[in-house]
Design a protein around this ligand. Structure first.
Ligand code: 0A1
Ligand code: ZN
Length: 850
């Protein structure tokens, strides 16, 4: 429903709730269109609060009756909640409400997915279940009774009683309502077991729909690895007798960390070699770890208010990245994360949606589950760890858990444990939480009398609402290489705190080549005008694996930009340097596969924009095609060897070693396809016995404008499997040739399997189109119009997913006037749609800058 005047909520307006909650008892009588929820809540006045207004949130729910201390009351009910007059002493609130999960398509609150009841309460979904102070600083224990004729009835905590058609769950750990969960359905358990280090036996279950039993084993093992890792690395133990995970098909995000009952988008947990790619396996392992790690960073210690979201998300993303680095390859994980940061967070931070890691205002909090809060939030934690060192980081985390267990905290609490542990003043560092935009760091250097001097400067361009930027604390990890390629200075962290600062290195025999921002030690854009000869030198010799990869990336970007703007031919130094690295069989195949990657077309557009040029999507597309072709030719003799190095012995396993070999094989196959017209890819496709190979071969064929027979065969083989069918939709939209993309995408929206109300399917197709840079920015504007049509159609059904998809337009100001006019017209059309949701209204107006 449209809010006539969308209200803005401010961090600075925070006040505690007037009441504390001692216990919550809920009873659910499940029914598809008329579920009854009875609540019994023990309130008492909060001595810390001055405002004693008794306001309970509530949306789209019908109040049947309410009692205070057993006496009927008639509260004042409004659209967003109710108020009542209450005693100035402890009292019991009881209410019965009715809700309609069967018609809840927004997938927030209690809803249905394939006949199964499930919930999503973060951020503000609990208010769609019953009247409650739905804010994360109100914490309580919950007891839940579920009455329903479905065989599996689950909620948070431990099972405490059950009978025919009912079950009771008790969660002994106080929690905010956003961590509440309920699931009821015909589900099958894939069981597991874990004994914690203090000897607690924990029953593990992964609950799935019948038919999915064969896709559970990997997730269960990943869960056990996560539990063990959190004990070993952070000293954190699990705290209930059971840990349940449920897979659901209709879910707006990846997964949710509800206490003891994690709910997962089935795409983020179900896996088998036949249906999932290596990348899917790695993502699933990371998401399972992420949600599990929230048990301490998010649940035991939660957020005071939603502005503090990065307190749990930045830290938990940082922890899951550490976990993946430990389970797999640390350099490969770091490179993947930086690729992802540049693809998703940089466009956000450098466009109309730019906001601080800790935002200071919002209209709809669901719009702030962003790459900035999550991924830049994790980078901020990484920088803090780099600055204080590993040991102090560990001590600070121990203090954090000891001091704040059971509390709802702020970024101030978080930084204070670091200040108390290290004695360091973090006032300036805190700007990372309040200042939006990506800092630019520029480098000048000087060599005289055996002294090498680096001068680093920083500046951050203005962002919406912030014109005057202050210098931040930027840890810049630097190493120096001598002329023969040996490292003459190991990695040292320079702390750039001023606008411009000099750092000297003495007693050097010859002018060194600097390797700057090793390991991507800060989320900044490094502006370093160095020669391609120096870049090629680093590509050959840098001892820091991240920067070695980065040198290749910079060479690739440089040659592409010159091909686009000056019509130059592909740069020989790039091609030769790449060939040498790819020849080096001592290097990890996964790492070599990454070396073969190129900046995305969207990144190239951003780089051109940054240089003051107007990017032409078709010219970018052509340059990438030309460079790929030149690379294939240059590596022609090496490709068969790469293909054989990529051969895997024995049965399929999703481990890092095998996955790395397949990644290299796939990258080589993509190049081979440019030389043999797809003969080898067709062969690989025909023989593939796992989804990784099947999909990579099919991608090679589609990119070459071939593979129609394989595409049809793929559909025949997999149309019964919803997760694989998402890939079928996504691949066609994202890989279509630019001129075909709008037509192909439109045709796919008319396909009988385009179940657009399912967020995964919607995102596969329309998100796939948005990822097809030249196809999305087709000069006709047809792709823009198609996306806008579907945003308008989806909005009344699922505002959250609609609002997220609007981000496809966030980069619109980079392009030429014609494209800007086309996009503005579509955004305006969306904005003017009657009854547009609060979610989408906020996103579109921020993107338009209105
Ligand atoms: N806390 C979850 C993400 C999440 C957020 C919102 C949701 O619904 C609106 C669902 C999930 C996580 O970080 O994994
Ligand atoms: Zn999270």
């Amino acid at each position: 429903m449209r809010d006539a005047t969308p209200t803005t909520i401010y961090l600075s307006d925070y006040t505690p709730f007037g009441f504390l909650v001692d216990s919550v008892h809920l009873t659910f009588d499940l029914s598809e269109h008329a579920t009854r929820v009875t609540s019994r809540i023990a309130f008492r006045p909060n001595p810390q609060a001055t405002d004693k207004t008794f306001f309970l949130h509530g949306e789209n729910i019908k109040l049947i009756h309410a009692l205070i201390d057993g006496a009927p009351v008639t509260p004042a009910v409004k659209e967003n909640g109710l108020t009542a007059s209450v005693p100035n002493a402890p009292f019991i609130w009881e209410a019965e409400v009715e809700i309609d999960p069967g018609n809840n398509t927004a997938l927030e609150g209690l809803y249905m997915s394939n006949g199964m009841y499930c919930t999503q309460c973060e951020a503000e979904g609990f208010r769609k279940i019953t009247y409650y102070p739905d804010r994360p600083d109100v914490m309580s224990t919950f007891t839940v009774r579920i009455n329903g004729d479905l065989p599996v009835l689950l909620s948070n905590g431990n099972p405490t009683a059950k009978g025919d058609g009912w079950a009771e769950w008790t969660d002994p750990w106080p929690k905010p309502a956003y961590l509440f969960a309920l699931v009821a359905g015909e589900l099958i358990a894939h069981p597991g077991q874990f004994t914690t280090r203090s000897g607690r036996d924990v029953e593990l279950n992964l609950w799935v729909r019948p038919g999915d039993e064969g896709k559970c084993a990997f997730g269960m093992e990943a869960l056990k690895r996560s539990i063990k890792w959190d004990e070993d690395v952070y000293g954190r133990e699990y705290d209930l007798d059971v840990f349940n995970i449920v897979a659901v098909d209709d879910f707006n995000m990846g997964a949710m960390e509800n206490k003891g009952l994690n709910i997962f988008n089935s795409s983020a947990v179900l896996a088998s070699p036949e249906t999932s790619t290596d990348a899917n396996f790695e993502r699933i392992e990371a998401i399972i770890a992420h949600e599990y790690f929230h048990n301490w960073t998010g649940n035991r210690i939660t957020c005071r208010d939603w502005f503090q979201l990065c307190l749990k998300e930045g830290l938990t993303v940082f922890r899951d990245a550490q976990f993946t680095s430990d389970m797999r390859s640390a350099p490969v994980k770091r490179i993947h994360d930086v690729i992802d940061l540049r693809a998703r967070q940089f466009p956000e931070d450098n466009g109309p949606l730019s906001h601080p890691v800790r935002p200071e205002s919002f209209q709809e909090i669901n719009n702030f589950y962003t790459a900035t809060v999550y991924e830049k939030g994790a980078e901020v934690i990484g920088m803090l760890k780099t600055l204080v060192g590993d040991e102090a980081y560990s001590k600070a985390l121990d203090l954090y858990f000891e001091r704040h267990d059971g509390q709802a905290c702020t970024i101030e609490n978080w930084l204070k444990v670091f200040e108390d542990t290290t004695g360091r003043d973090l006032t300036q560092f805190k700007r990372w939480y309040s200042q939006s935009g990506t800092p630019r760091v520029t480098v000048e250097d000087d060599w005289a009398d055996g002294i090498y001097t680096l001068t680093l400067s920083q500046s951050t361009p203005p962002t919406p609402g912030q014109t005057d930027k202050q210098p931040q604390v930027i840890p810049v990890a630097v190493g120096l290489l001598g002329p023969n390629g040996d490292e003459v200075r190991g990695t040292e962290v320079l702390e750039l705190t001023g606008e411009r600062q000099r750092f000297s290195f003495e007693d050097l025999a010859a002018k060194p080549v600097p390797s700057i921002l090793r390991g991507f030690s800060a989320p900044v854009i490094l502006e370093h005008n160095r020669s391609n000869t120096e870049r090629a030198f680093l590509l050959a010799h840098d001892t820091d694996p991240f920067n070695r990869w980065e040198a290749g990336r910079a060479l690739a970007q440089n040659t592409l930009l010159r091909m686009i703007t000056q019509d130059e031919a592909p740069d020989a130094q790039y091609l030769d340097g790449l060939l040498a690295v790819l020849r080096d069989a001592d290097l990890d195949p996964a790492y070599r596969a990454l070396m073969l990657g190129l900046p995305t077309q969207s990144e190239l557009a951003a780089a051109l924009h940054e240089q003051g040029e107007t990017p032409d999507p078709m010219a970018i597309w052509r340059a990438v095609e030309t460079l790929r072709q030149a690379t294939a030719q240059h590596m022609q003799d090496l490709l068969p060897r790469l293909q054989s190095e990529a051969l895997v012995d024995g049965p399929y396993s999703p481990d890092a070693e095998q996955a790395g070999k397949r990644a290299l094989g796939s990258a080589a196959l993509a190049l081979t396809t440019r030389l043999d017209g797809g003969a080898m890819a067709a062969e690989v496709y025909a023989k593939a016995d796992n989804m990784t190979l099947q999909l990579s071969a099919l991608s090679c064929l589609l990119r070459a404008g071939k593979g129609q027979a394989e595409l049809a065969a793929f559909y025949d083989q997999w149309h019964h499997d919803r997760l694989v069918l998402d890939k079928w939709f996504g691949l066609q939209a994202s890989l279509a040739a630019p001129d075909d993309a709008p037509r192909i995408a439109r045709a796919l929206t008319e396909h009988p399997d385009f179940n657009w109300k399912n967020p995964n399917r919607f995102r596969a197709l329309l998100g796939g189109l948005a990822m097809n840079h030249a196809g999305f920015h087709h000069a006709s504007g047809q792709s823009y119009a198609l996306l806008a049509d579907w945003l308008i159609r989806l909005d009344p059904v699922n505002p959250q997913t609609t609002a997220r998809m609007c981000t496809a337009f966030q980069i619109w100001k980079r392009y030429d006037a014609d494209r800007q006019d086309l996009i503005r017209a579509q955004l305006t059309r969306v904005a003017e749609t009657p009854n547009l949701s609060r979610d989408t209204t906020e996103m579109v107006s921020r993107i338009l800058g209105t």
